[in-house]
Design a protein around this ligand. Sequence first.
Ligand SMILES: C[S@@+](CC[C@H](N)C(=O)[O-])C[C@H]1O[C@@H](n2cnc3c(N)ncnc32)[C@H](O)[C@@H]1O
Length: 121
Amino acid sequence: MYPSSNGPLLGALAAAAKPKRLLEVGCGLGYSGLWLAYGAGAGGYVETIEASREHAKIARGHFKAEVLEKRIQVLVGEATRVLPALKGRYDLIYFDINPSDSLIVLDHSERLLRRGGELKR
Ligand SMILES: C[S@@+](CC[C@H](N)C(=O)[O-])C[C@H]1O[C@@H](n2cnc3c(N)ncnc32)[C@H](O)[C@@H]1O
């Protein structure tokens, strides 16, 4: 899994939006999830979806190492299966999975994003 260079940007966007509930689709090893949690600050809670059990395990280890495990929850499963079960409103949704799955993410984001919330790709 690759850390990208946009982590600080994601953190800055989260800091500006001050989201309380964040959803990420495509946790990977947790790099972007950590930046989202850092940016959102103590009032933010991140749920992050990951299909690979192996990636989820490594990401949880990173969240624990940064003492952020209580503010980041990994939801293990295919986004197409996990998203329909989610309820309520998110202040910020970030998705970082294969573009071929983007349409389903967009459909659910419309349902899950609060009015005025932020959707990032
Ligand atoms: C580009 S990486 C995510 C990188 C991560 N956001 C970061 O910046 O560290 C994409 C991740 O999404 C997962 N993934 C891909 N398609 C998925 C899907 N349909 N549902 C859930 N997870 C998926 C892959 O296993 C991979 O770990």
